[in-house]
Design a protein around this ligand. Structure first.
Ligand SMILES: [Zn+2]
Length: 630
Protein backbone atom coordinates (compact mmCIF):
# COMPACT_ATOMS: atom_id res chain seq x y z
CA UNK A 1 0.00 0.00 0.00
CA UNK A 2 1.57 3.34 -1.04
CA UNK A 3 2.14 5.73 1.85
CA UNK A 4 -0.17 8.74 2.01
CA UNK A 5 2.38 11.51 1.76
CA UNK A 6 -0.12 14.32 2.08
CA UNK A 7 -1.09 13.66 5.72
CA UNK A 8 0.87 15.81 8.19
CA UNK A 9 3.25 14.05 10.57
CA UNK A 10 2.38 14.47 14.24
CA UNK A 11 4.27 17.23 16.04
CA UNK A 12 7.24 15.92 17.99
CA UNK A 13 7.78 16.11 21.72
CA UNK A 14 10.56 18.68 21.99
CA UNK A 15 13.05 18.37 24.83
CA UNK A 16 15.75 20.85 25.76
CA UNK A 17 18.51 19.93 28.18
CA UNK A 18 20.64 22.67 29.74
CA UNK A 19 23.41 22.45 32.31
CA UNK A 20 24.34 26.06 33.07
CA UNK A 21 26.16 25.14 36.27
CA UNK A 22 27.68 21.64 35.94
CA UNK A 23 29.21 21.86 39.44
CA UNK A 24 25.66 21.81 40.86
CA UNK A 25 25.12 18.37 39.27
CA UNK A 26 21.70 19.59 38.10
CA UNK A 27 20.28 19.37 34.62
CA UNK A 28 17.58 21.86 33.67
CA UNK A 29 15.16 20.03 31.42
CA UNK A 30 12.22 21.30 29.42
CA UNK A 31 9.64 19.26 27.57
CA UNK A 32 7.35 21.00 25.10
CA UNK A 33 4.24 18.93 24.46
CA UNK A 34 2.54 19.84 21.17
CA UNK A 35 -1.19 20.30 20.75
CA UNK A 36 -3.07 17.06 21.42
CA UNK A 37 -6.39 17.78 19.72
CA UNK A 38 -9.31 16.12 21.45
CA UNK A 39 -7.39 15.41 24.63
CA UNK A 40 -8.61 17.70 27.41
CA UNK A 41 -6.14 16.14 29.82
CA UNK A 42 -2.70 14.63 29.38
CA UNK A 43 -0.78 12.57 31.92
CA UNK A 44 2.97 12.95 32.10
CA UNK A 45 4.96 10.13 33.71
CA UNK A 46 8.56 9.68 34.80
CA UNK A 47 10.21 6.28 34.18
CA UNK A 48 10.87 4.05 37.18
CA UNK A 49 13.53 1.80 35.65
CA UNK A 50 16.11 1.59 32.89
CA UNK A 51 15.58 -1.13 30.24
CA UNK A 52 18.42 -3.64 30.54
CA UNK A 53 18.61 -3.24 34.32
CA UNK A 54 15.74 -5.05 35.95
CA UNK A 55 15.11 -3.08 39.13
CA UNK A 56 12.68 -0.30 40.02
CA UNK A 57 14.87 2.71 40.73
CA UNK A 58 12.27 5.48 40.95
CA UNK A 59 14.32 8.03 39.02
CA UNK A 60 11.72 10.64 39.95
CA UNK A 61 13.43 10.91 43.34
CA UNK A 62 16.04 13.13 41.67
CA UNK A 63 13.43 15.52 40.26
CA UNK A 64 12.75 18.97 41.77
CA UNK A 65 11.30 22.31 40.71
CA UNK A 66 8.52 21.01 38.45
CA UNK A 67 6.73 23.84 36.65
CA UNK A 68 3.99 23.49 34.06
CA UNK A 69 3.03 26.39 31.83
CA UNK A 70 1.27 27.06 28.55
CA UNK A 71 3.23 27.47 25.34
CA UNK A 72 3.69 31.18 26.03
CA UNK A 73 5.24 30.47 29.42
CA UNK A 74 2.26 31.40 31.64
CA UNK A 75 2.06 29.03 34.61
CA UNK A 76 -1.01 26.78 34.62
CA UNK A 77 -3.15 27.26 37.74
CA UNK A 78 -2.52 24.60 40.43
CA UNK A 79 -5.96 23.05 39.90
CA UNK A 80 -4.92 22.10 36.38
CA UNK A 81 -1.77 20.25 37.47
CA UNK A 82 -2.63 17.31 39.73
CA UNK A 83 -0.08 14.84 41.03
CA UNK A 84 -1.53 11.32 40.78
CA UNK A 85 1.18 9.21 42.36
CA UNK A 86 4.96 9.16 42.87
CA UNK A 87 5.72 9.58 39.17
CA UNK A 88 2.62 10.82 37.32
CA UNK A 89 0.95 14.20 36.94
CA UNK A 90 -2.33 14.95 35.16
CA UNK A 91 -2.30 18.18 33.18
CA UNK A 92 -5.60 19.79 32.18
CA UNK A 93 -4.21 21.35 29.03
CA UNK A 94 -7.43 21.55 27.04
CA UNK A 95 -5.59 19.86 24.16
CA UNK A 96 -3.32 22.89 23.74
CA UNK A 97 0.51 22.78 23.77
CA UNK A 98 2.15 22.97 27.19
CA UNK A 99 5.60 23.21 28.64
CA UNK A 100 7.06 21.18 31.52
CA UNK A 101 10.23 22.38 33.25
CA UNK A 102 12.18 20.60 35.97
CA UNK A 103 15.61 19.95 37.44
CA UNK A 104 17.28 16.54 37.71
CA UNK A 105 20.02 16.01 40.25
CA UNK A 106 22.59 13.82 38.49
CA UNK A 107 25.36 12.54 40.70
CA UNK A 108 25.28 8.78 40.22
CA UNK A 109 28.13 7.64 38.00
CA UNK A 110 26.68 4.41 36.60
CA UNK A 111 25.73 3.33 33.09
CA UNK A 112 22.01 3.34 33.91
CA UNK A 113 21.72 6.74 35.59
CA UNK A 114 22.81 10.31 34.94
CA UNK A 115 25.86 12.26 36.00
CA UNK A 116 26.99 15.86 35.65
CA UNK A 117 30.04 17.76 36.85
CA UNK A 118 32.69 20.10 35.42
CA UNK A 119 34.40 17.20 33.63
CA UNK A 120 31.46 15.83 31.66
CA UNK A 121 27.75 15.15 31.33
CA UNK A 122 26.24 11.71 30.81
CA UNK A 123 22.66 10.59 30.77
CA UNK A 124 20.65 7.46 30.21
CA UNK A 125 17.27 8.71 29.01
CA UNK A 126 14.98 7.04 31.53
CA UNK A 127 16.62 8.99 34.35
CA UNK A 128 16.08 12.34 32.59
CA UNK A 129 12.93 12.43 30.47
CA UNK A 130 9.20 12.52 31.14
CA UNK A 131 6.91 10.86 28.65
CA UNK A 132 3.26 11.54 27.88
CA UNK A 133 0.98 8.58 28.44
CA UNK A 134 -0.55 7.36 25.19
CA UNK A 135 2.08 9.24 23.15
CA UNK A 136 5.04 6.86 23.39
CA UNK A 137 5.03 6.41 19.63
CA UNK A 138 5.31 10.15 18.92
CA UNK A 139 8.63 11.40 17.46
CA UNK A 140 10.99 13.16 19.87
CA UNK A 141 13.61 15.81 19.41
CA UNK A 142 16.26 16.86 21.92
CA UNK A 143 18.43 19.98 21.91
CA UNK A 144 21.47 20.24 24.17
CA UNK A 145 22.60 23.63 25.49
CA UNK A 146 26.33 23.18 26.09
CA UNK A 147 27.88 24.95 29.10
CA UNK A 148 31.25 25.26 27.38
CA UNK A 149 32.01 25.80 23.66
CA UNK A 150 34.76 23.15 23.86
CA UNK A 151 32.27 20.45 24.84
CA UNK A 152 30.74 18.18 22.20
CA UNK A 153 28.00 15.59 22.02
CA UNK A 154 28.23 11.86 21.30
CA UNK A 155 25.02 9.86 20.86
CA UNK A 156 23.62 7.23 18.52
CA UNK A 157 20.68 9.51 17.63
CA UNK A 158 20.96 11.18 14.23
CA UNK A 159 21.49 14.97 14.26
CA UNK A 160 18.77 17.23 12.89
CA UNK A 161 20.21 19.16 9.97
CA UNK A 162 20.72 22.91 10.39
CA UNK A 163 19.80 22.81 14.09
CA UNK A 164 22.74 23.06 16.48
CA UNK A 165 23.20 20.16 18.91
CA UNK A 166 19.75 18.82 18.07
CA UNK A 167 18.95 15.13 17.63
CA UNK A 168 15.89 13.19 16.51
CA UNK A 169 14.32 9.99 17.80
CA UNK A 170 11.47 8.14 16.12
CA UNK A 171 9.76 7.68 19.48
CA UNK A 172 10.30 7.72 23.24
CA UNK A 173 11.86 4.22 23.19
CA UNK A 174 14.57 5.40 20.85
CA UNK A 175 15.10 8.61 22.83
CA UNK A 176 15.74 6.57 25.98
CA UNK A 177 17.69 3.92 24.13
CA UNK A 178 20.41 6.37 23.07
CA UNK A 179 22.51 7.62 25.99
CA UNK A 180 24.35 10.95 25.63
CA UNK A 181 28.00 11.60 26.44
CA UNK A 182 28.83 15.31 26.49
CA UNK A 183 32.19 16.89 27.21
CA UNK A 184 35.76 16.81 25.94
CA UNK A 185 35.99 13.02 25.50
CA UNK A 186 38.35 11.55 22.90
CA UNK A 187 36.58 10.36 19.78
CA UNK A 188 37.83 7.45 17.62
CA UNK A 189 36.20 5.70 14.68
CA UNK A 190 36.64 2.76 12.34
CA UNK A 191 34.58 1.00 9.69
CA UNK A 192 33.73 -2.66 9.21
CA UNK A 193 32.15 -3.05 5.81
CA UNK A 194 29.69 -0.20 5.44
CA UNK A 195 29.06 0.16 9.16
CA UNK A 196 30.77 2.92 11.11
CA UNK A 197 31.85 2.30 14.70
CA UNK A 198 32.74 5.11 17.08
CA UNK A 199 34.40 5.14 20.47
CA UNK A 200 33.80 8.10 22.81
CA UNK A 201 36.35 7.71 25.61
CA UNK A 202 35.99 9.73 28.80
CA UNK A 203 38.25 9.74 31.84
CA UNK A 204 41.71 8.88 33.06
CA UNK A 205 43.12 5.66 31.69
CA UNK A 206 46.41 3.89 31.12
CA UNK A 207 44.92 2.00 28.17
CA UNK A 208 46.45 2.28 24.71
CA UNK A 209 43.57 3.64 22.57
CA UNK A 210 44.93 1.85 19.49
CA UNK A 211 44.72 -1.47 21.35
CA UNK A 212 41.15 -0.71 22.48
CA UNK A 213 40.16 0.04 18.89
CA UNK A 214 41.81 -3.17 17.66
CA UNK A 215 39.86 -5.15 20.28
CA UNK A 216 36.57 -3.47 19.34
CA UNK A 217 37.18 -4.12 15.65
CA UNK A 218 37.89 -7.80 16.34
CA UNK A 219 34.84 -8.15 18.60
CA UNK A 220 32.36 -6.53 16.22
CA UNK A 221 33.74 -8.49 13.24
CA UNK A 222 33.47 -11.84 15.04
CA UNK A 223 29.95 -11.01 16.26
CA UNK A 224 28.84 -9.79 12.83
CA UNK A 225 29.96 -13.15 11.41
CA UNK A 226 27.57 -14.98 13.75
CA UNK A 227 24.58 -12.98 12.47
CA UNK A 228 25.66 -12.36 8.89
CA UNK A 229 26.07 -8.57 9.09
CA UNK A 230 25.04 -5.63 11.26
CA UNK A 231 21.49 -4.35 11.81
CA UNK A 232 22.65 -0.69 11.90
CA UNK A 233 24.77 1.71 9.86
CA UNK A 234 26.43 3.33 12.86
CA UNK A 235 27.20 2.10 16.39
CA UNK A 236 28.65 4.07 19.30
CA UNK A 237 30.72 2.76 22.21
CA UNK A 238 30.62 5.23 25.14
CA UNK A 239 33.42 4.21 27.52
CA UNK A 240 33.86 5.86 30.91
CA UNK A 241 37.28 5.26 32.46
CA UNK A 242 36.52 5.59 36.17
CA UNK A 243 38.30 4.65 39.42
CA UNK A 244 36.20 1.48 39.66
CA UNK A 245 34.61 -0.47 36.77
CA UNK A 246 30.95 -1.38 37.13
CA UNK A 247 29.86 -2.91 33.84
CA UNK A 248 27.81 -1.89 30.83
CA UNK A 249 24.30 -1.20 29.61
CA UNK A 250 23.22 -2.25 26.16
CA UNK A 251 21.26 -0.23 23.61
CA UNK A 252 20.12 -0.79 20.03
CA UNK A 253 22.88 1.20 18.36
CA UNK A 254 25.18 2.10 21.26
CA UNK A 255 26.43 1.01 24.63
CA UNK A 256 27.81 2.60 27.78
CA UNK A 257 30.66 0.78 29.51
CA UNK A 258 32.09 1.89 32.86
CA UNK A 259 35.57 0.39 33.15
CA UNK A 260 38.38 0.70 35.70
CA UNK A 261 40.49 3.31 33.90
CA UNK A 262 43.84 2.38 35.42
CA UNK A 263 43.44 -1.39 35.07
CA UNK A 264 45.31 -1.71 31.77
CA UNK A 265 48.72 -2.40 33.27
CA UNK A 266 48.63 -5.99 32.02
CA UNK A 267 46.70 -8.20 29.59
CA UNK A 268 43.95 -8.86 32.12
CA UNK A 269 42.64 -5.30 31.77
CA UNK A 270 42.38 -5.63 27.98
CA UNK A 271 40.75 -9.07 28.18
CA UNK A 272 38.20 -7.79 30.69
CA UNK A 273 37.48 -4.87 28.35
CA UNK A 274 37.09 -7.24 25.37
CA UNK A 275 34.80 -9.52 27.34
CA UNK A 276 32.55 -6.63 28.43
CA UNK A 277 32.49 -5.18 24.90
CA UNK A 278 31.61 -8.59 23.42
CA UNK A 279 28.84 -9.08 25.99
CA UNK A 280 27.30 -5.66 25.34
CA UNK A 281 27.68 -5.85 21.58
CA UNK A 282 26.02 -9.28 21.43
CA UNK A 283 23.08 -7.63 23.23
CA UNK A 284 22.53 -5.45 20.13
CA UNK A 285 20.86 -8.62 18.85
CA UNK A 286 20.11 -10.68 21.94
CA UNK A 287 17.55 -8.70 24.02
CA UNK A 288 17.51 -5.48 21.97
CA UNK A 289 16.21 -7.19 18.81
CA UNK A 290 15.68 -10.84 19.75
CA UNK A 291 13.36 -9.90 22.58
CA UNK A 292 10.53 -10.95 24.85
CA UNK A 293 7.30 -9.04 24.18
CA UNK A 294 7.47 -7.75 27.75
CA UNK A 295 10.83 -6.07 27.11
CA UNK A 296 10.53 -4.51 23.71
CA UNK A 297 8.54 -2.97 20.94
CA UNK A 298 7.58 -4.39 17.61
CA UNK A 299 9.98 -2.21 15.66
CA UNK A 300 11.71 -4.02 12.84
CA UNK A 301 15.38 -4.86 13.22
CA UNK A 302 16.57 -4.28 9.69
CA UNK A 303 17.75 -0.80 8.60
CA UNK A 304 16.54 -1.47 5.05
CA UNK A 305 13.08 -2.17 6.36
CA UNK A 306 12.22 0.70 8.69
CA UNK A 307 8.44 0.91 9.03
CA UNK A 308 6.84 2.66 6.08
CA UNK A 309 4.65 5.62 6.95
CA UNK A 310 1.16 4.42 7.72
CA UNK A 311 -1.85 5.91 5.93
CA UNK A 312 -2.34 8.57 8.59
CA UNK A 313 1.29 9.61 8.23
CA UNK A 314 2.57 8.39 11.60
CA UNK A 315 6.08 7.20 10.84
CA UNK A 316 6.36 4.84 13.79
CA UNK A 317 2.70 4.16 14.26
CA UNK A 318 2.09 1.03 16.26
CA UNK A 319 -0.96 -0.09 18.15
CA UNK A 320 -0.53 0.46 21.87
CA UNK A 321 -1.20 -3.23 22.52
CA UNK A 322 1.99 -4.06 20.64
CA UNK A 323 3.99 -1.73 22.85
CA UNK A 324 5.12 -4.31 25.39
CA UNK A 325 7.32 -2.27 27.63
CA UNK A 326 6.00 -0.32 30.63
CA UNK A 327 8.36 2.34 31.97
CA UNK A 328 6.51 2.83 35.23
CA UNK A 329 6.75 -0.65 36.77
CA UNK A 330 8.24 -4.15 36.65
CA UNK A 331 8.15 -6.03 33.33
CA UNK A 332 8.33 -9.80 33.74
CA UNK A 333 10.11 -12.32 31.56
CA UNK A 334 11.30 -15.90 32.08
CA UNK A 335 14.06 -15.42 29.52
CA UNK A 336 16.71 -13.36 31.31
CA UNK A 337 18.87 -16.52 31.50
CA UNK A 338 18.86 -16.45 27.66
CA UNK A 339 19.40 -12.69 27.37
CA UNK A 340 22.13 -12.46 30.00
CA UNK A 341 23.50 -15.97 30.61
CA UNK A 342 23.88 -16.90 26.93
CA UNK A 343 25.33 -13.44 26.25
CA UNK A 344 27.86 -13.84 29.06
CA UNK A 345 28.89 -17.24 27.73
CA UNK A 346 29.06 -16.25 24.08
CA UNK A 347 31.20 -13.23 24.96
CA UNK A 348 33.90 -15.73 26.00
CA UNK A 349 33.46 -17.61 22.71
CA UNK A 350 33.51 -14.39 20.67
CA UNK A 351 36.75 -13.03 22.15
CA UNK A 352 38.33 -16.45 21.60
CA UNK A 353 37.21 -16.54 17.96
CA UNK A 354 38.30 -12.90 17.60
CA UNK A 355 41.82 -13.87 18.64
CA UNK A 356 41.80 -11.68 21.76
CA UNK A 357 42.17 -14.75 23.98
CA UNK A 358 43.50 -18.23 23.23
CA UNK A 359 42.20 -21.73 23.81
CA UNK A 360 44.19 -22.13 27.05
CA UNK A 361 42.65 -18.96 28.49
CA UNK A 362 39.19 -20.34 27.70
CA UNK A 363 39.99 -23.52 29.63
CA UNK A 364 41.46 -21.44 32.47
CA UNK A 365 38.13 -19.58 32.72
CA UNK A 366 36.33 -22.92 33.10
CA UNK A 367 38.89 -24.19 35.61
CA UNK A 368 38.59 -21.08 37.79
CA UNK A 369 34.89 -20.25 37.54
CA UNK A 370 33.16 -23.63 37.38
CA UNK A 371 34.28 -24.83 40.86
CA UNK A 372 33.03 -21.55 42.33
CA UNK A 373 29.62 -22.09 40.75
CA UNK A 374 29.54 -25.82 41.50
CA UNK A 375 29.92 -25.17 45.25
CA UNK A 376 27.27 -22.44 45.49
CA UNK A 377 24.66 -23.79 47.91
CA UNK A 378 21.74 -22.15 46.08
CA UNK A 379 22.57 -23.20 42.53
CA UNK A 380 19.88 -25.91 42.34
CA UNK A 381 17.26 -24.33 44.59
CA UNK A 382 15.55 -22.09 42.03
CA UNK A 383 15.06 -22.70 38.31
CA UNK A 384 16.51 -20.40 35.68
CA UNK A 385 13.01 -19.39 34.57
CA UNK A 386 12.10 -18.43 38.12
CA UNK A 387 15.41 -16.61 38.69
CA UNK A 388 14.64 -14.59 35.56
CA UNK A 389 11.10 -13.82 36.57
CA UNK A 390 11.93 -12.64 40.08
CA UNK A 391 15.05 -10.67 39.13
CA UNK A 392 13.24 -7.46 40.13
CA UNK A 393 12.96 -8.51 43.76
CA UNK A 394 15.84 -10.97 44.20
CA UNK A 395 18.86 -10.47 41.97
CA UNK A 396 18.99 -6.71 42.51
CA UNK A 397 17.64 -6.67 46.05
CA UNK A 398 19.34 -9.76 47.47
CA UNK A 399 18.57 -10.80 51.01
CA UNK A 400 21.33 -12.18 53.25
CA UNK A 401 20.58 -15.78 52.30
CA UNK A 402 20.45 -15.19 48.53
CA UNK A 403 23.61 -17.30 48.02
CA UNK A 404 22.07 -20.22 49.90
CA UNK A 405 18.71 -20.27 48.14
CA UNK A 406 19.36 -18.70 44.74
CA UNK A 407 22.11 -17.90 42.27
CA UNK A 408 22.64 -15.22 39.65
CA UNK A 409 20.91 -15.96 36.35
CA UNK A 410 24.05 -14.58 34.70
CA UNK A 411 26.22 -17.23 36.33
CA UNK A 412 23.86 -20.19 36.10
CA UNK A 413 22.81 -19.00 32.65
CA UNK A 414 26.44 -18.98 31.47
CA UNK A 415 27.04 -22.63 32.41
CA UNK A 416 23.64 -23.69 31.07
CA UNK A 417 24.49 -21.92 27.80
CA UNK A 418 27.80 -23.79 27.61
CA UNK A 419 26.00 -27.07 28.27
CA UNK A 420 23.42 -26.25 25.58
CA UNK A 421 26.17 -25.34 23.10
CA UNK A 422 27.81 -28.71 23.76
CA UNK A 423 24.49 -30.60 23.47
CA UNK A 424 23.90 -28.95 20.08
CA UNK A 425 27.46 -29.77 18.95
CA UNK A 426 27.14 -33.38 20.10
CA UNK A 427 23.95 -33.69 18.05
CA UNK A 428 25.57 -32.26 14.93
CA UNK A 429 29.12 -33.65 15.02
CA UNK A 430 30.38 -30.26 16.05
CA UNK A 431 29.06 -28.38 13.03
CA UNK A 432 26.33 -26.29 14.72
CA UNK A 433 25.90 -24.87 18.20
CA UNK A 434 24.65 -21.92 20.21
CA UNK A 435 25.88 -19.20 17.77
CA UNK A 436 23.89 -20.93 15.02
CA UNK A 437 20.87 -21.10 17.33
CA UNK A 438 21.02 -17.33 17.82
CA UNK A 439 21.36 -16.77 14.09
CA UNK A 440 18.20 -18.85 13.69
CA UNK A 441 16.38 -16.76 16.32
CA UNK A 442 17.58 -13.60 14.56
CA UNK A 443 16.42 -14.77 11.13
CA UNK A 444 13.09 -16.14 12.33
CA UNK A 445 12.14 -13.47 14.88
CA UNK A 446 14.55 -10.58 15.53
CA UNK A 447 15.00 -9.51 11.92
CA UNK A 448 11.23 -9.15 11.52
CA UNK A 449 10.76 -7.52 14.93
CA UNK A 450 8.76 -10.50 16.21
CA UNK A 451 9.10 -11.16 19.94
CA UNK A 452 10.14 -14.61 21.17
CA UNK A 453 8.53 -16.76 23.85
CA UNK A 454 9.90 -19.71 25.84
CA UNK A 455 8.63 -22.21 23.24
CA UNK A 456 10.51 -20.41 20.46
CA UNK A 457 13.82 -20.98 22.22
CA UNK A 458 13.04 -24.69 22.41
CA UNK A 459 12.08 -24.63 18.73
CA UNK A 460 15.35 -22.90 17.87
CA UNK A 461 17.37 -25.54 19.72
CA UNK A 462 15.40 -28.33 18.01
CA UNK A 463 15.95 -26.72 14.60
CA UNK A 464 19.72 -26.68 15.15
CA UNK A 465 20.00 -30.12 16.80
CA UNK A 466 17.65 -31.81 14.34
CA UNK A 467 15.71 -33.25 17.28
CA UNK A 468 13.90 -32.00 20.38
CA UNK A 469 16.02 -30.92 23.33
CA UNK A 470 12.89 -30.66 25.48
CA UNK A 471 14.43 -32.83 28.18
CA UNK A 472 17.38 -30.45 28.48
CA UNK A 473 15.08 -27.43 28.95
CA UNK A 474 12.81 -29.29 31.36
CA UNK A 475 15.71 -30.33 33.55
CA UNK A 476 18.05 -27.32 33.52
CA UNK A 477 15.94 -24.29 32.55
CA UNK A 478 12.49 -25.09 33.93
CA UNK A 479 13.81 -27.57 36.50
CA UNK A 480 16.62 -27.54 39.04
CA UNK A 481 18.70 -30.60 38.14
CA UNK A 482 22.47 -30.43 38.55
CA UNK A 483 24.09 -29.40 35.26
CA UNK A 484 26.14 -32.28 33.85
CA UNK A 485 28.80 -29.91 32.54
CA UNK A 486 31.91 -31.94 33.50
CA UNK A 487 30.50 -34.97 31.63
CA UNK A 488 29.66 -32.85 28.59
CA UNK A 489 33.14 -31.33 28.57
CA UNK A 490 34.54 -34.85 28.70
CA UNK A 491 32.54 -35.75 25.61
CA UNK A 492 34.07 -32.70 23.92
CA UNK A 493 37.53 -34.13 24.44
CA UNK A 494 38.52 -32.26 27.59
CA UNK A 495 40.10 -33.91 30.59
CA UNK A 496 38.92 -32.42 33.91
CA UNK A 497 40.71 -33.12 37.16
CA UNK A 498 39.36 -31.86 40.48
CA UNK A 499 41.93 -31.83 43.26
CA UNK A 500 41.81 -30.88 46.92
CA UNK A 501 44.40 -28.38 48.09
CA UNK A 502 45.95 -30.92 50.45
CA UNK A 503 46.41 -33.54 47.72
CA UNK A 504 50.15 -33.39 47.07
CA UNK A 505 50.38 -36.45 44.86
CA UNK A 506 50.38 -34.40 41.67
CA UNK A 507 53.08 -32.00 42.88
CA UNK A 508 56.77 -32.69 42.25
CA UNK A 509 58.47 -33.66 45.56
CA UNK A 510 60.44 -30.40 45.67
CA UNK A 511 57.20 -28.38 45.70
CA UNK A 512 55.45 -30.37 48.40
CA UNK A 513 54.77 -28.69 51.74
CA UNK A 514 53.07 -31.03 54.24
CA UNK A 515 52.57 -28.26 56.80
CA UNK A 516 50.79 -26.01 54.33
CA UNK A 517 48.68 -28.76 52.75
CA UNK A 518 47.72 -30.11 56.17
CA UNK A 519 46.31 -26.72 57.07
CA UNK A 520 44.10 -26.59 53.96
CA UNK A 521 41.79 -29.33 55.24
CA UNK A 522 39.62 -27.79 57.93
CA UNK A 523 36.46 -25.92 56.96
CA UNK A 524 33.94 -23.87 58.93
CA UNK A 525 31.40 -22.86 56.27
CA UNK A 526 31.58 -19.19 57.32
CA UNK A 527 32.15 -16.29 54.94
CA UNK A 528 33.16 -12.96 56.44
CA UNK A 529 32.99 -9.46 55.03
CA UNK A 530 36.16 -8.29 53.29
CA UNK A 531 37.25 -5.76 55.90
CA UNK A 532 35.55 -6.76 59.13
CA UNK A 533 34.85 -10.04 60.92
CA UNK A 534 31.13 -9.68 60.29
CA UNK A 535 29.52 -12.88 59.01
CA UNK A 536 28.33 -12.44 55.42
CA UNK A 537 27.13 -15.99 54.86
CA UNK A 538 26.80 -19.34 56.61
CA UNK A 539 26.57 -22.32 54.28
CA UNK A 540 23.53 -24.45 55.22
CA UNK A 541 24.44 -27.63 57.15
CA UNK A 542 28.05 -26.49 57.50
CA UNK A 543 29.87 -26.54 60.88
CA UNK A 544 29.13 -22.87 61.50
CA UNK A 545 25.44 -23.40 60.59
CA UNK A 546 25.17 -26.35 63.01
CA UNK A 547 26.81 -24.24 65.73
CA UNK A 548 24.13 -21.57 65.32
CA UNK A 549 26.15 -18.74 63.77
CA UNK A 550 24.25 -16.44 61.44
CA UNK A 551 24.39 -13.30 59.31
CA UNK A 552 25.86 -10.18 60.95
CA UNK A 553 27.43 -12.00 63.89
CA UNK A 554 30.78 -10.37 64.66
CA UNK A 555 33.54 -12.94 65.22
CA UNK A 556 36.15 -11.78 67.76
CA UNK A 557 38.21 -14.84 68.76
CA UNK A 558 38.96 -18.47 67.88
CA UNK A 559 40.14 -20.53 70.88
CA UNK A 560 40.66 -17.26 72.81
CA UNK A 561 42.98 -15.83 70.15
CA UNK A 562 41.73 -12.54 68.74
CA UNK A 563 41.01 -12.71 64.98
CA UNK A 564 40.70 -10.17 62.17
CA UNK A 565 39.16 -10.66 58.74
CA UNK A 566 42.67 -11.58 57.57
CA UNK A 567 43.47 -14.10 60.32
CA UNK A 568 40.17 -15.91 60.94
CA UNK A 569 40.82 -18.59 58.30
CA UNK A 570 44.37 -19.09 59.63
CA UNK A 571 43.16 -19.74 63.18
CA UNK A 572 40.62 -22.24 61.84
CA UNK A 573 43.40 -23.88 59.80
CA UNK A 574 45.34 -24.50 63.03
CA UNK A 575 42.91 -27.39 63.58
CA UNK A 576 42.08 -30.62 61.78
CA UNK A 577 38.67 -31.70 60.47
CA UNK A 578 36.68 -33.18 63.34
CA UNK A 579 38.21 -30.85 65.96
CA UNK A 580 35.83 -28.88 68.21
CA UNK A 581 36.75 -25.21 68.16
CA UNK A 582 35.43 -22.40 70.35
CA UNK A 583 34.47 -19.24 68.48
CA UNK A 584 33.66 -16.08 70.43
CA UNK A 585 31.36 -13.55 68.75
CA UNK A 586 29.07 -10.61 69.36
CA UNK A 587 25.39 -10.83 68.41
CA UNK A 588 23.61 -7.49 68.78
CA UNK A 589 26.44 -6.38 71.12
CA UNK A 590 26.10 -9.40 73.38
CA UNK A 591 29.19 -11.61 73.79
CA UNK A 592 28.57 -15.30 73.01
CA UNK A 593 30.46 -18.46 72.26
CA UNK A 594 29.83 -21.17 69.66
CA UNK A 595 31.49 -24.58 69.38
CA UNK A 596 32.20 -25.64 65.80
CA UNK A 597 33.02 -29.22 64.85
CA UNK A 598 35.15 -28.56 61.80
CA UNK A 599 34.54 -30.47 58.59
CA UNK A 600 36.77 -31.33 55.66
CA UNK A 601 36.83 -28.58 53.06
CA UNK A 602 34.65 -29.35 50.02
CA UNK A 603 36.62 -26.85 47.92
CA UNK A 604 38.48 -28.25 44.93
CA UNK A 605 40.81 -26.93 42.30
CA UNK A 606 40.01 -27.89 38.74
CA UNK A 607 42.36 -28.36 35.84
CA UNK A 608 41.06 -28.51 32.28
CA UNK A 609 43.29 -29.99 29.57
CA UNK A 610 42.83 -31.44 26.12
CA UNK A 611 42.40 -35.20 26.37
CA UNK A 612 45.04 -36.75 24.07
CA UNK A 613 42.97 -39.93 23.81
CA UNK A 614 39.74 -38.22 22.73
CA UNK A 615 37.90 -39.85 19.82
CA UNK A 616 37.14 -38.34 16.41
CA UNK A 617 33.65 -37.17 17.40
CA UNK A 618 34.92 -35.39 20.50
CA UNK A 619 37.59 -33.71 18.37
CA UNK A 620 34.94 -32.57 15.89
CA UNK A 621 32.80 -31.15 18.71
CA UNK A 622 35.74 -29.24 20.15
CA UNK A 623 36.83 -27.98 16.73
CA UNK A 624 33.35 -26.67 15.92
CA UNK A 625 32.82 -25.30 19.42
CA UNK A 626 36.00 -23.28 19.82
CA UNK A 627 37.27 -23.15 16.25
CA UNK A 628 40.41 -25.11 17.23
CA UNK A 629 42.14 -28.10 15.67
CA UNK A 630 43.92 -31.12 17.10
ZN1 LIG B 1 24.04 -8.02 29.81
Amino acid sequence: MPPARSAPAPGPLVYRVAMPNPASHEYEVEMLVPALPGREEATIAFPAWAPGSYMVRDFVRHLTGLKVSDAAGRALPPARVVRLDKQRWRIASGGRPFRVRYRIFAFEATVRTSFLDESHAYWNGTSLFFFVEGELGRPCQVTVALPDPRWRVATALPPVSRQRHTFAATDFDELCDAPFEIGTHALHAFNVGRTRFELALYGRTNADPARLLDILRRVVTATGKIFGGFPFRRYLFIVHALPVGSGGLEHRASVTMDVAGLSFEDETGYIRFADLAAHEFFHAWNVKRIHDAALGTSRRGDPEKVPAPSPDGLRSAKPSSVHGLDYTQENYTRLLWLFEGCTDYLAHVIILRAGVTCERQFYKMIAEDWPRYATRPGRNETSLEELSFEAWVKQYKPSENFTNRAVSYYEKGLWTAMALDLELRLATDGTRGLPEMFRWLWNEFGRAGRPIADADVRAAAAAIAGRSLGRFFDRYVRGTSELPLPALLGRAGLDLQARADWDESVRPPAERDPVKSGRARAWSGLTLQAERTIVRNVVPRSPAWRAGLTFNDEIVAVEDARVTAATFAKRIADHRPGARVRVAYFRRDELREARLTLAESPERRLTVAVDPHAGARAKAVRAGWLGVRG
